[in-house]
Design a protein around this ligand. Sequence first.
Ligand SMILES: *Cc1c(COP(=O)(O)O)cnc(C)c1O
Length: 415
Amino acid sequence: MAYSEKARNFYQGELRDIKEGGLFKEERFIQSPQSAEIKVEYPSGAQPMDVINMCANNYLGLSSHPEVIKASHQGLDDRGFGMSSVRFICGTQDIHRTLEDKLTKFLETEDTILFASCMDANAGVFEAVFNDQDVLIADRLVHASIVDGMRLCKALNESYKHSNMEHLEKKLQTYQDARFRCIVTDGVFSMDGDTAKLDEICDLAEKYDALVFVDDSHATGFLGKRGKGTHELKGVLGRIDIITTTLGKALGGASGGCVSGRKEIVEMCRQRARPYLFSNAMPPVVVAASNKVMDLIMGSTERRDKLENNTKFWRKSLLEAGFDIKDGDTPIVPIMLYNAKLSQDMSRDLYQEGIYAIGFFFPVVPKGQARIRTQISAGHDINHLERALEAFIKVGKKYNILGKTKDEIIEMYGL
Ligand SMILES: *Cc1c(COP(=O)(O)O)cnc(C)c1O
C-alpha cells in the first residue's frame, strides 16, 4: 500500500480533466481477425456487431491473409516462439537477415536493420548517427515518434513550415556551417494523407549538401507503381539517405520496423542504436510471416493496384456525394467536419449504420480541424465501399453537411 494518497488524488484529477475535456480515449473490443469486416463490441458490454472497418492501416489487406497466417504457423514450428535475446547477443536468426535483405531490395537502398517497431527505429537512428555538430531540419507535421527520436539526439532540432520549400531552403542556408544537415520528413502525412515533395527536397539537399530522412510508414508496400513508397512515387529512388518504416501497417500489420538506407548509417545503427542494443529481437513468427509478405508484394502488384482503384472510387464517390474531403492520392481520405463534437456524433451514428470510422479532433489534429479519417484497403471490395458510402450519405444528410462548404459547416456547428 505504498501508493501515496497524494499521487492518487492528483492522477484522478488529471483523468477527470481529460474526460471533461472530451479527450478520453476508449477502446472498442474487436472479436474477430483484423479485416474489411470485423465483429466489434461497443460500447463495452454491448452485443457485438458486424461492421465495415474504414480506419485500419491494413492497406494491402494482408493482416489476415491466408498465406501470411500459414507462413507464421510455419515460422512458429520451425524457429520457436521467442528469441530471449537482443540481436547482437544471441537473438539473430538467418530469417532476420533474410527479411533485412528483402527490405533492402524492395526499397532499393543499400542495407536495412530491423527494430521492434518504427517508433524504436525513429528513437534510435538520430542519436546513433548525429551529434551536437549537426542540425536536423524537420517538417512541422512529422510523426510524434520522429519528434521523440530527434529529442534524444544532441543535434540541433530545427523545423520548417509544413511542405514549405522556401522555408526549408532558408533553414538550409542558415545552417551551412554545421557538420551535417539532415532534412527530416514523413513520406505520407498520416492526418491529411498528403505526400512530401520529395523531388524538391532531394534537389535542395543536393544544392545545400544535406542528408534526407523519410519515414515512409504510411506508404511502404503500396505507393508508387511497384508499391515501394513515396520515393518511388516522386521519382527519387536511390536518393533518400535514411528511410524508416513499419511492418505494422501495410506489410502484414503485426509489428516491427526498420532503418534502411546508406550502408554506413545502417551499420552505425547496429553498433549504436539503443533500442536495437537494449531491446529484444523480433519474434520468429512475425519475421517468418513478414518474409512471406515481402514475397507477395514483390511477386505481384495486384494488391496495390486494387488499393489504388478502391481509393479512386472512394474519393470520387465522396466528392460526388458532396463531402468536403482533403485532396490527395493516398488511401488516407479525411472527411472534414471542423467541429469536434460533430466528428464524434457522426462517428457514433455511422457505427449504428455498420461502419467503423473514428472521429479525430484536437490534439490529434489542430483545433478547428476535426474530421473523420477514412482509410481504404485492398481488403475492401467495391460492395464494402458502396455500403459505406450509403451510410456516410445517410448520416451526412442527417447533419445537413452534404454540398456544404467549410464556412457553411463552421457556421452551422461552430469550431
Ligand atoms: C505508425 C507510424 C509509426 C510507428 O510505427 P510502429 O511500428 O507502430 O511503431 C512511426 N512513424 C509513422 C509516420 C507512423 O505512421
